[in-house]
Design a protein around this ligand. Sequence first.
Ligand SMILES: [Zn+2]
Length: 191
Amino acid sequence: MNTSHISSGPDQPEGADGAKASSAELTMPAGQESDRRFMLLAIEQARSAAEAGEVPVGAVIVKDGEVIASGFNRPIASHDPTAHAEMAALREAGRVLGNYRLVDCDLYVTLEPCAMCAGAIQHARIRRLIFGARDPKTGACGSVIDLMAQPRLNHHCVVTPELMSHETGNLLSEFFASRRRKRSAALKREE
Ligand SMILES: [Zn+2]
């Protein structure tokens, strides 16, 4: 077997300036690295929603560097229009802390919150909101409206939008594509 194509060859000196530059690019600031780690946990929650046949959205709430609550979207199974991922995580965090004010807590969610969830996030006094994909249909953090930027609302949390938006958006597009495939297969069976 000819493996010469995977050899780096002698014309790439070790320790060249180029190598230093690329290792510097790989080093992410500590905050950004932990943001990605927590968003990955929110993505795991979203996968649980997809497995249950619900639109895949997941959330985690972090306090002092630790996940204290998590939740995923399940309005269909619970017959509850308020059963969004953020609401589930907020309710659990309130129970864990024994307080309806979630002071010094950060919320990570795979999709831009809707108006209901953005309102609940403000009521809970969430310190920081980090979300993944934008929601052009119901997003209330800049896409349709921006409740987080209303100067007349008294609490404002710091918002980091579109973290890992590609990964979190893919979860949704794959889910809807697979649902369309299943529906058209079912229609063909009926014909
Ligand atoms: Zn919502």
